[in-house]
Design a protein around this ligand. Sequence first.
Ligand SMILES: [Zn+2]
Length: 277
Amino acid sequence: MKIRNHRLIKDDDNSVAFIPSPNIGGVIQPKFLIIHYTAGSSAEGAISWFQNRASKVSAHLVIARDGTITQMVAFNRLAQHAGVSQWGSLTSLNRYTIGIELDNAGKLIQSGGKWVSPLTRRSYAESEVTIANHKNDPAGTPPSGWHAYTEAQIEATLAASLALVKAYGLTDVLGHEDIAPGRKTDPGPDFPMASVRSRLLGRGGDQSEHFQTTADLNVRSGAGTEFSLLPGSPLPVGTEVEVLQRNGVWWQVDVVGSANGVMDIVGWCHSRHLVAK
Ligand SMILES: [Zn+2]
């Protein structure tokens, strides 16, 4: 796939279907990609919602469960997908991002022995459900059901995203859950974010880097001092960490082994007191 005139072009040189949303803003220079789930029951439903002026929402792309991609906003125009959001010092991320919505029911609840969407009441077979905790869940939260993405959707997301990263020089791929963590849980634990990021950006996964702390270092739940300290914080001097991602001076780290008796710490640190190991 490639980008021409801010439209997504398939390998057969035809553009993907373009169904315009009226819910757009001015010209943007995208920096990041934001991945979402629709929390609905069909791609058609999401597309008609984004066509409806009253919804006030939109996305650049909608990807159906069979991998069919529909574009609704040109990539150099603002789409209304992120809402109130923050990443590092940037706020209102619609101004800096391309939004991709995947047709997926999202978080599911148990009702009458079935996994059901609390929004649409539709039920889903066990084979379509991943049972997991969300990365933003407070410790001790029981796991939930999450509607599984299809292989075709993930492949289509990767193909479109590779073209977008190349055409616009995008520097990161994030979930809505990363830029609006108290409010949003999409794309959720079934989306293979680590491998998608590694394939799109050539880092993360096995190319991550090892550092160690040069001072007692606080670990927080997000990239900024406004986020809460995690158990095990502060990390003692000499603690080895693996850097998972960077957001300006704030780095997300995975603590190797344990710190202060706490295992499996993953959180955000100021990079000032980290040196390469
Ligand atoms: Zn979202």
